[in-house]
Design a protein around this ligand. Structure first.
Ligand code: ATP
Ligand code: MG
Length: 475
């Protein structure tokens, strides 16, 4: 039993079946007891009269008349009646049940009416005296009417009744379980969407009509999401505003440095080169910050189109290979399945480029970066997986998740003068998540890092045969 729905449904169902069973059982047992005590009261009045009548008939008219009388009792009242003499012998020598014999003995010794219930038959005995003064015991046996008789139906009907109880109980429990778990399901969907970076995720009006604790929880969640969204938005707005404000003085700095270069002598050229380098870095940093802020706002993904990943990855790898060759490294597209996703091609391109650029920077000189695009089927239709593997030092295990955080750089990258801003992988992470995908990094057993970008495929995307690119062709 995995889901709360199943647990609630099955436990309610079981409880309902048990309660119905117990109810039927208790009604059957107590009802027969109740009917019995009620009939005993009338028997105490009726039986002495009938007993006296039977004894009189025997004394006045003989055995034949008694036999007729007892038969009439059988046909009219459904009583099996017997008359015993004071030695406990049945007058008409009829075959008598053992219970009737035993009760006759008890009846002889007592002046009141005696009862015995055995195998669904109620026996009543009463001592009486005939018109000649002879003592007799009158005994009758009659079926006990009970609710249990209702249950003694043919097997087919019993099964039908059981199935009807199970079905109706199942229907009620199904509705109950759905009613209880619906807000939890809505809450879970909203939480999942929020965790995936969709700050506008809310439970909303799903449970508007409800007034219980679960509805309160949904409202609290919406309130919390509202607060988080407004906090993060103001933070992003601040970063974006600062970056914009920095752009203009930086542009002016570049213009001033150009002018200074024109008039300054060669002794200043190295200082001016440094100013240009730092300006370029600042420009790159501001560009990345603005890009990140735009991604965080989520507006970018609104321009969703069909993106052919195969050609996109091929192009990015080819460009990166061109740049890498000048640094004595190579980028190779190992294999590429045909995959189509829905999203923003520029974002996907930027995400892939960032990862490949990192790989080129960190792979050892003379080695190559392997890029792979794979169609990975799953229960939801499948994913497009872009895998980039380098042959460098990799990343310490403890930092594997942190490298996707803004400004995070692993020790030596931070110290390196040529180190980047530490925003590339954050941009990649946000871009992929905006497409409903995920990113992860792992160290390879034989050295190097492999970064995996996973994008959900467009719904009607069908798997096609792999189109492997020959290794020798480079990209
Ligand atoms: N392939 C890799 N091998 C080893 N370390 C890596 C690799 N890719 C990323 N890193 C580490 O992760 C850190 C974060 O990478 P990220 O791309 O976010 O920033 P950056 O490359 O330093 O700067 P930017 O991409 O903004 O120019 C890097 O500084 C580096 O320490
Ligand atoms: Mg980078």
């Amino acid at each position: 039993m995995r889901t709360l729905f199943q647990k609630i449904f099955l436990s309610f169902w079981l409880a309902m079946v048990l309660v119905s069973g117990t109810l039927i059982y208790s009604v059957v047992t107590t009802q027969s007891q109740f009917t019995l005590s009620r009939s005993e009261q009338s028997d105490r009045t009726l039986i002495p009269i009938v007993a006296a009548r039977a004894a009189d008939i025997l004394d006045d008219h003989g055995m034949g008349a008694l036999a007729d009388y007892l038969t009439s009792l059988q046909t009219t009242l459904n009583w099996e009646a017997f008359l015993f003499d004071d030695e406990g012998k049945e007058i008409l020598s009829q075959p008598t049940p053992a219970e009737a014999d035993a009760l006759a003995q008890r009846g002889l010794e007592a002046s009141d009416t005696k009862f015995l219930v055995s195998h669904g038959i109620k026996y009543v005995a009463r001592r009486t005296t005939g018109s000649t003064g002879t003592r007799y015991v009158f005994v009758i046996g009659t079926k006990v009417e009970s609710v249990a008789n209702v249950l003694r139906a043919p097997l087919g009907i019993q099964i039908l009744r059981g199935a009807a109880i199970l079905f109706i109980a199942g229907l009620v429990c199904f509705w109950l379980a759905r009613y209880i778990t619906a807000p939890i399901r809505h809450l879970r969907t909203a939480t999942h969407r929020l965790a995936m970076g969709n700050l506008s995720a809310r439970v909303g009006g799903h449970d508007a009509g409800r007034k219980d604790e679960l509805a309160d929880l949904s409202r609290d969640f919406d309130h919390m999401a509202e607060q988080i969204e407004s906090l993060l938005k103001s933070q992003h707005r601040l970063i974006s505003d600062i970056s914009h404000e920095l752009r203009s003085p930086l542009t002016r700095l570049c213009v001033a440095s150009g002018l200074a270069r024109r008039h300054a002598g060669p002794e200043f050229s190295s200082a001016l080169d440094r100013i240009d380098l730092e300006s370029r870095r600042l420009n790159h940093l501001i560009g990345s910050l603005l890009e990140l802020a735009r991604l965080e706002s989520g507006a970018e993904i609104l321009e969703s189109r069909s993106v052919e990943l195969e050609s996109l990855v091929r192009e990015v790898a080819a460009d990166a290979d061109y740049e890498a060759q000048s640094r004595n490294r190579r980028v190779r597209l190992v294999s590429a399945d045909r995959c189509t996703i829905t999203g923003n091609a520029e974002l996907v391109r930027a995400a892939t480029e960032n990862v490949i650029r990192n790989a080129v920077s960190h792979t050892e000189e003379g080695t190559q970066v392997d890029v792979e695009l794979q169609h990975a089927p799953n229960s939801q239709g499948g994913d497009a997986v872009i895998r980039v593997r380098d042959h460098g030092k990799g990343v310490p295990e403890a930092s594997l998740a942190d490298i996707f955080l803004p400004f995070y750089r692993v020790g030596d990258a931070r110290e390196r003068s040529a180190g980047g801003s530490g925003l590339g992988l954050s941009i990649t992470d946000r871009a992929v998540r905006l497409h409903g995908g995920s990113v992860k990094a792992e160290n390879c057993a034989d050295g190097g890092l492999v970064v995996e970008l996973k994008f959900p495929l467009t719904a009607n995307e069908t798997p096609t045969a792999k189109e492997a690119i020959p290794v020798s062709s480079g990209v």
